[in-house]
Design a protein around this ligand. Structure first.
Ligand SMILES: NC(=O)c1ccc[n+]([C@@H]2O[C@H](COP(=O)([O-])OP(=O)(O)OC[C@H]3O[C@@H](n4cnc5c(N)ncnc54)[C@H](OP(=O)(O)O)[C@@H]3O)[C@@H](O)[C@H]2O)c1
Length: 286
C-alpha cells in the first residue's frame, strides 16, 4: 500500500486482487506529484461486496477502483452514474459527490487516450470502419468509445458468434454489426482500425489466430492485452509496417480520471510511469 494517512484514501477492490497494478500506478503518481494520500488493494468476495460499498463513507474513503467480478454490481449500488457507465452497465471508478456515490467507466476513455497519445491523428484521416475482435466486457467499452468518437461502422467479431450477436443487440446502434472471425477477415481491406479485445495472445493463452495481411497501409492495430507488451498480433502488424498500440497505455490512461477525483490533480501518463509499470510486469514474469 502507498500510505500517507493525512491525505485522501482510495482503493482498488476485486476478487482476486493480488496482481492489480493500480496501487503501483496511483502510488507512483502520488509520489511524483508530491501529494498526500493513500491507495490500497482490498480483496472482497462477491457475497461481501454490497456491505463493503455501504461502509465506504464510514471507512473514510474518497473513492476507488472496482475490478472483476464487481463492476456490474457496483453500477447497481451507485446513487448516480455517468452517461458512459449507464450505457455500459458497469463501473470501474467510484467517488463521492457529497454523500452520493458516483460511478464511471473509464476503460473506453483509457483506450482512446492511449491511441491519441501513441498513434497521433489515428482517427483524423479516416474512421469509416473499425473491427473489434472479442465480445466480452472490454469489447463493450471499446465499441462504445469508438462509436462515441464517430466511427461510421463497427464490426464486432467473436469466436462465439452468439456472444457477438448479443453484444450488438445490447449496444443498439445501427452502425454496429456482429460477425465471426471469417467475416472480419473478409472486411479487413476496408478497415481503418483493428482492435483485439480477446484474451488470446496474453501470457499463458494461445496466440490470436487472425492474420493482418489484408489490412490497408494506413490501418492502425491496437491490442489491449498488456502482458506481454508486444503480442504476436502486434509483432505481425509491425512487420508489415502498420502503426501499433499495445494495452499498457489503456491501463495507465483509464486510471487518470479516478486519481483526479480522489486526490485533486490530473496526472500525466509519462514515459517514466510506463517504464516503472513495465519493469514491474517484467519482474513478475521472470
Ligand atoms: N489494457 C487494459 O487496460 C485492459 C482493460 C480491460 C481488459 N483488458 C484485457 O482484455 C482481455 C479481455 O478482457 P474481458 O474482460 O473482455 O474478458 P472476457 O469478458 O472474459 O472476454 C474474453 C473474450 O476473449 C475471447 N477469447 C478468449 N480466448 C480466445 C481465443 N483463444 N481465441 C479467440 N477468442 C478468444 C472470448 O471469446 P468467446 O466468447 O468465444 O469465449 C471473449 O470474446 C483480457 O486479456 C484483459 O486482460 C485489458
Amino acid at each position: 500500500m502507498c500510505r500517507d494517512m493525512t491525505g485522501p484514501k482510495a482503493f482498488v477492490v476485486g476478487w482476486p486482487i493480488a496482481h492489480s497494478r493500480s496501487p503501483l500506478i496511483h502510488g507512483t503518481w502520488l509520489k511524483q506529484l508530491g501529494l498526500p494520500g493513500s491507495y490500497e488493494k482490498i480483496a472482497v468476495p462477491p457475497e461481501d461486496f454490497p456491505a463493503f460499498v455501504a461502509g465506504l463513507r464510514a471507512a473514510g474513503f474518497a473513492g476507488g477502483n472496482v475490478t472483476i467480478p464487481h463492476k456490474q454490481t457496483a453500477a447497481a449500488l451507485c446513487g448516480k452514474l455517468t452517461a458512459t457507465a449507464q450505457r455500459l452497465g458497469a463501473v470501474n471508478t467510484l467517488w463521492f459527490e457529497g454523500d452520493v456515490l458516483v460511478g464511471d467507466n473509464t476503460d473506453g476513455a483509457g483506450f482512446l487516450g492511449a491511441l491519441d497519445q501513441e498513434a497521433p491523428d489515428w482517427d483524423k484521416r479516416r474512421r469509416d470502419l473499425a473491427i473489434v475482435l472479442g465480445a466480452g466486457g472490454a469489447a463493450r467499452a471499446v465499441a462504445d468509445a469508438l462509436l462515441t468518437r464517430g466511427f461510421g461502422r463497427l464490426i464486432i467479431a467473436n469466436r462465439t458468434l452468439d456472444r457477438a450477436d448479443a453484444l450488438v443487440r445490447q449496444i443498439r446502434d445501427a452502425r454496429c454489426e456482429a460477425s465471426g472471425f471469417l467475416g472480419a477477415q473478409a472486411a479487413l481491406p476496408r478497415a481503418d482500425l483493428l482492435v483485439n479485445t480477446t484474451s488470446a495472445g496474453m501470457l499463458g493463452q494461445p496466440p490470436l489466430d487472425f492474420a493482418v495481411d489484408d489490412l490497408p497501409e494506413h490501418a492502425v492495430v491496437d491490442d489491449i492485452v498488456y502482458v506481454p507488451r508486444v503480442t504476436p498480433l502486434l509483432r505481425a502488424a509491425s512487420a508489415r509496417g502498420l502503426r501499433t498500440v499495445g494495452g499498457l497505455g489503456m491501463l495507465l490512461h483509464q486510471a487518470a480520471p479516478g486519481f483526479e477525483h480522489w486526490f485533486g490533480m490530473r496526472p500525466k501518463v509519462t514515459p517514466e510511469l510506463r517504464a516503472i509499470v513495465e519493469a514491474d510486469i517484467a519482474g513478475e514474469r521472470r
